[in-house]
Design a protein around this ligand. Structure first.
Ligand code: HEM
Length: 350
């Protein structure tokens, strides 16, 4: 790893698929034998679904998941389409010759769609967009970037705390209201659990959705017939644009053998979702892009809605849109965790 730690990478389809649902691998950092020190949030936010296993994880997931299906797919689709159309209108009004599609479309649409899903009031959407930009563009080597990230995390934590309180008094049709109402044998989600869940939506969802849209745009903009390719090859293009090449790191809670290797207790294991999907042995089986098993992505459906609302719209509005730089100059983030662009400059030319 960049910090010098040793990890195991598993990349075969059968192995990754089985290990995603194997209780001998834990997502909980406390099982790390090597003092794994990944990205850590303040403690109340850090105890979230992606750091929990077993009964602790399934209790929260059981309480949280039903709220996702409260709203009909159609009402959600309408909301996401409306957000996308409004964001494109803003782009139309401010369009100069060259724009960064990441900043203009790929960050705001998922940020506002997730905000809408959660129930963040519309008058906070401007600040939400700014906080999202600070999170997605964080780069430790840039002056002021760390400070902007801290401000964004603080703003999100405060805003989610306030929204949770207000939804207790005035529930709506959104995720946070659903979670506030959720009761499991009179063991409701605590205030900290509610805020951590809301925060996880931004953490787990936002960056992936932003980079997925950016990678798809880049793939289409470098193909000969962007939308012609899109309709027939949608699923294949989405999979190739996978922004999360690895599942969240896992730790071996007991020693286990994979192929001819024995992984000792406490070692860190990375499951390569991208490797698994491109393994010839996959042979037409389902993509593992959104994971599998107990941690299967809660945002997979929303992601589909975001992609469908955003991708064709660009080419319909701007049929002559093209990359403003040669493909070879596209710069990707220097990260093993996220496969995403730094910027995506395009010339809109109607
Ligand atoms: C855009 C592309 C996305 C990709 C490729 C993606 C991928 C994944 C994967 C692979 C996992 C499982 C991680 C693991 O097993 O270690 C996951 C979990 C999760 N995702 Fe997504 N995701 C995406 C978008 C979203 C969005 C938009 C949301 C929220 C609206 C979201 C919310 C979550 C949550 C809450 C979890 C944790 C579930 C749990 O631990 O029980 N994701 N995602």
């Amino acid at each position: 790893m960049p910090g010098g730690q040793q990890v195991w990478v598993v990349s075969g389809y059968d192995e990754v698929s089985a290990l995603l649902a194997d209780a001998r691998l834990s997502v909980d950092k406390r099982h790390s034998g090597g003092g794994y020190s990944g990205f850590s949030l303040p403690p109340a936010l850090d105890r979230n679904l992606l750091n929990m296993d077993g009964a602790e994880h399934s209790r929260i997931r059981r309480l949280a998941a039903p709220a996702f299906s409260r709203r009909s797919a159609e009402s959600l689709r309408n909301a996401v389409t409306g957000i996308s159309a409004a964001t494109f209108r803003t782009l139309d009004e401010n369009a100069s010759d060259t724009v960064d599609l990441l900043e203009a479309i790929c960050v705001p649409v998922p940020a506002l769609a997730i905000g809408e899903l959660l129930g963040i009031p519309a008058d906070r959407h401007g600040e939400l967009r700014d906080a999202a930009t600070a999170m997605v563009t964080f780069d430790a080597s840039l002056n002021g970037s760390a400070m902007r990230l801290v401000e964004a995390v603080t703003w999100l934590a405060e805003t989610f705390t306030n929204v949770v309180r207000s939804k207790r008094d005035e529930p709506g049709d959104d995720l946070i209201s659903g979670w506030v109402r959720a009761r499991d044998d009179a063991d409701p989600l605590s205030e900290d659990e509610l805020v951590a869940l809301a925060f996880l939506m931004m953490l787990a969802g936002l960056e992936n959705a932003v980079h997925l849209c950016g990678n798809i745009f880049a793939a289409l903009l470098t193909s000969k017939d962007p939308l012609g390719d899109w309709s027939g090859r949608r699923r294949e293009i989405i999979e190739a644009a996978n922004p999360l090449p690895f599942a969240i790191r896992r730790f071996a809670v007991e020693s286990l053998t994979i192929g001819d290797r024995t992984i000792p207790t406490g070692d860190t294991v990375l499951l390569s979702l991208f490797g698994a999907d491109s393994d010839p042995a996959r042979d037409g089986r389902p993509s593992l892009m959104f994971g599998r098993g107990p941690h299967y992505c809660l945002g997979a459906q929303v992601t589909d809605l975001i992609v469908d609302a955003v991708i064709p719209e660009l080419f319909v509005r701007y049929p002559h849109v093209r990359l403003a730089i040669p493909e070879s100059e596209l710069e990707y983030r220097s990260s093993w965790r996220a496969h995403g662009l730094v910027t995506l400059p395009v010339t809109l030319a109607r």
